[in-house]
Design a protein around this ligand. Structure first.
Ligand code: BGO
Length: 276
């Protein structure tokens, strides 16, 4: 069995450094089809399994505003990797976990590599990875790609996790009344527009339609009824959240992250620097 896994993370999270640590020989460098964005693939080292690691362009979110975001998200949606390694700059953990909350909606098994732990430890902050797993629903490993610590443990975790068919249920990021609206909208899409993005993960599809994501709208532009249904659900979300839809969705994600990080981290020194 051959596995294809993806390395996904924010720009400057240490992705290139980690990619080099994780891969041995057999590196393939090319371009993503149709664009001048570099594509790197390599075999995961020190494993008996056949695992190819694909380095996706660094991104802050799965919004389609840059070519890097479009390339990364199309790969995740169309190629469906067997596993995502989500690299997180742990010295900037809240901002990096924003992308993670979106990756969690892709129905793909995931492991979290908390990078820059050498920097974090110096600030006197400890991260409880067991607690992180309980809160976020996928396992985490502390690493320093630059100092090459935690890499063997990460490879073992990837080996153990890849190929697992039964996904853990990722936690609920949104409050119940918002989830109910997403579900109501998802049912409506399923019954009224069964051909619309039918191969997309459901929650991702619902949220991207509700956000009027540009790439998604391009695919449904002729469906005037659907656009009206999207406007209706947007109004309901605005009524419940008292915010415009985009801010509401982003706020819920950040609230979930902030609460999670408060539970999973502690300061061990008085002069510990606050996480951003
Ligand atoms: C420079 N710890 C520390 N301390 N730094 C790390 C770690 C880590 O675990 N991992 C990566 N870095 P990329 P993207 C640099 O290049 O892999 C550093 O964008 C410098 N360069 O060394 O490129 C890494 O692929 C001069 O830093 O990230 C790199 O995701 C001075 O984080 C930077 C200081 O890593 C980004 C740093 C000329």
């Amino acid at each position: 069995m051959k596995y294809k896994i993806a390395l996904v993370g924010n720009p400057n999270s240490g992705k290139t450094t980690l990619f080099n640590c994780l891969t041995g020989s057999n590196l393939y460098v090319g371009n993503w089809p149709g664009v001048t964005v570099e594509k790197k693939e390599g075999d995961l080292r020190d494993t008996d399994k056949e695992i190819t690691l694909v380095d996706l362009p660094g991104i802050y979110s799965l919004a389609p505003y840059s070519m890097d975001e479009i390339v990364s998200r199309n790969f995740l949606l169309e190629e469906r990797p067997d596993l995502i390694i989500n690299i997180i700059d742990a010295s900037n953990i809240e901002r990096n976990l924003y992308l993670s909350t979106q990756l969690m909606e892709l129905n793909c098994p995931m492991v979290g590599a908390l990078n820059m732990m050498d920097v974090v430890k110096k600030t006197g902050v400890e991260i409880d990875v067991g607690e992180m797993e309980k809160i976020f629903g996928y396992p985490f490993i502390e690493i320093s790609a630059q100092k090459e610590t935690g890499i063997d443990e990460l490879i073992k975790l990837v080996e153990k996790t890849v190929g697992i068919k039964k996904l853990k249920d990722f936690p609920e990021i949104f409050p119940a009344e918002i989830r109910d609206l997403f579900n109501e909208f998802d049912s409506l899409i399923g019954s009224k527009y069964p051909d619309v993005l039918s191969d997309y993960p459901h929650l991702f599809r619902a949220i991207k339609l509700i956000e009027k994501d540009e790439e998604v709208l391009l695919k449904i532009h002729e469906k005037i009824d659907l656009l009206k249904d999207i406007d209706d659900i947007r109004k309901k979300i605005e009524t419940v959240s008292h915010h415009d839809v985009d801010s509401a969705i982003a706020d819920y994600r950040y609230r979930f992250i902030t609460e999670g990080i408060t539970r999973a981290t502690k300061k061990t020194k008085d002069n510990a620097i606050q996480f951003q």
